[in-house]
Design a protein around this ligand. Structure first.
Ligand SMILES: NC(=O)C1=CN([C@@H]2O[C@H](COP(=O)(O)OP(=O)(O)OC[C@H]3O[C@@H](n4cnc5c(N)ncnc54)[C@H](OP(=O)(O)O)[C@@H]3O)[C@@H](O)[C@H]2O)C=CC1
Ligand SMILES: CC[C@](O)(C(C)=O)C(=O)O
Ligand SMILES: [Mg+2]
Ligand SMILES: [Mg+2]
Length: 337
């Protein structure tokens, strides 16, 4: 299946410059979108609750901050960049009362639309602009004159112009400099959830922790185990990122490459693949999202417990000690204003 890819010449910045945009949320994605929209000549206002700790940061960076309801009322385009679990109540309380015909409702991830947690009226555009990278990288690339690739999707095209508006928005945050791929809310949501659960966050973290446990339980020094199972992963992933798995295999020793072919499939074996398929089917059926929302509604008791257990894993204390020896490694995530 071929995908449609859009670049700068396919997008008209004027379309978004002619609108007032409310960015609701000023976290990883929100700050990146808002600052780059502003620098692209777009009239932006930030929507944050009165007690939000993000308010001071947005104001320090020269942005006008209102409550979400006030920002939604002023705006033609409302970009929802609050946490996914917050978006339902944000929509009901602040957006819906201010979502008049002709406005556009944008998302950075499709979860709430895909699973019917938010149902906008038929007379507004509903679209997505989802950069394929963390917000801080999105902003850094924009400032450097480059861009992070993004996905766009249109769920509702009330105006007949929703795709062009989404592409204009993507251009304003640097996405079309790199390339913007057209998808659907369903495809973006299901693949994003699968990627972060099975491979990028869940899979990678479990692989690293388990490797560390096997070495330390066998009596090897935690420091050595940390270097082998976590620290060097970046070097390996950087090679894959630059030139695919083939580049990584070209760069490592023949010994490592032989071990890769013969041992890797024993770790990620048919049972793991079957479990990945199960994880995908839980995403497709909505089971994962129902679980996530129920956990959130209950005040996140399991989430808090798992977060505490993860932070207490011995690999974290070992890593902290070692990173203190490498001043260049443990840099805090900072905003690029
Ligand atoms: N993290 C990423 O790089 C990526 C995220 N996405 C998507 O982008 C969206 C935002 O995620 P992310 O940037 O990680 O979120 P963050 O957790 O980094 O930031 C959330 C922001 O929303 C604010 N907020 C909380 N409640 C409300 C509310 N009721 N109204 C308005 N703002 C509120 C928070 O303020 P406070 O400081 O008060 O908590 C904070 O500024 C999600 O849909 C996510 O799936 C998509 C691609 C990548
Ligand atoms: C990989 C995690 C992610 O999907 C992302 C940064 O793209 C997220 O939801 O944060
Ligand atoms: Mg993602
Ligand atoms: Mg995600």
């Amino acid at each position: 299946m071929t995908v449609e890819v859009y670049y700068d010449d396919d997008a008209d910045l004027g379309l978004i410059q002619a609108k007032k945009v409310a960015v609701l949320g000023y976290g990883s994605q929100g700050h990146a979108h808002a600052l780059s929209l502003r620098d692209s000549g777009v009239d932006v206002v930030i929507g944050l609750p009165e007690g939000s700790k993000s308010r001071a940061k947005a104001e320090e960076q020269g942005l006008r901050v209102l409550t979400p309801a006030e920002a939604a009322a002023e705006a033609d385009v409302i970009m929802v960049l609050a946490p996914d679990t917050v978006q339902r109540s944000l929509y009901t309380d602040a957006i819906a009362p201010n979502l008049s015909a002709g406005k556009a409702l944008f998302f950075g991830h499709g979860l709430n639309i895909r699973y019917g947690l938010i149902t906008p009226p038929a007379d507004v555009d509903v679209a997505m602009v989802a950069p394929k990278g963390p917000g801080h990288l999105v902003r850094r690339q924009y400032v450097d004159g480059k861009g992070v690739p993004a996905l766009v999707a249109v769920e509702q095209d009330a105006s007949g112009n929703a795709l062009a508006l989404a592409l204009a928005y993507a251009k304003a945050i640097g996405g079309t400099r790199a390339g913007v791929i057209k998808t659907t809310f369903k495809e973006e949501t299901e693949t994003d959830l699968f990627g972060e659960q099975a491979v990028l966050c869940g899979g990678a973290a479990a692989l690293v922790q388990t490797g560390f446990e096997v070495l330390t339980e066998a009596g090897y020094a935690p420091e050595i185990a940390y270097f082998e199972c976590l620290h060097e992963l970046k070097l390996i992933v950087d090679l894959m990122y630059e030139g695919g798995i083939a580049r990584m295999r070209y760069s490592v020793s023949d010994t490592a490459e032989y071990g890769d072919y013969t041992r890797g499939p024993r770790v990620v074996d048919a049972r793991v693949k079957e479990e990945m398929r199960k994880i995908l089917s839980e995403i497709q059926s909505g089971e994962f999202t129902r679980e996530l929302i129920a956990e959130d509604d209950a005040g996140r008791p399991n989430f808090a417990k798992m977060r505490a257990e993860g932070a207490a894993h011995p690999i974290e204390a070992t890593g902290k000690k070692l990173r203190d020896m490498m001043s260049w490694v443990d840099r805090p995530i900072t905003e690029t204003a």
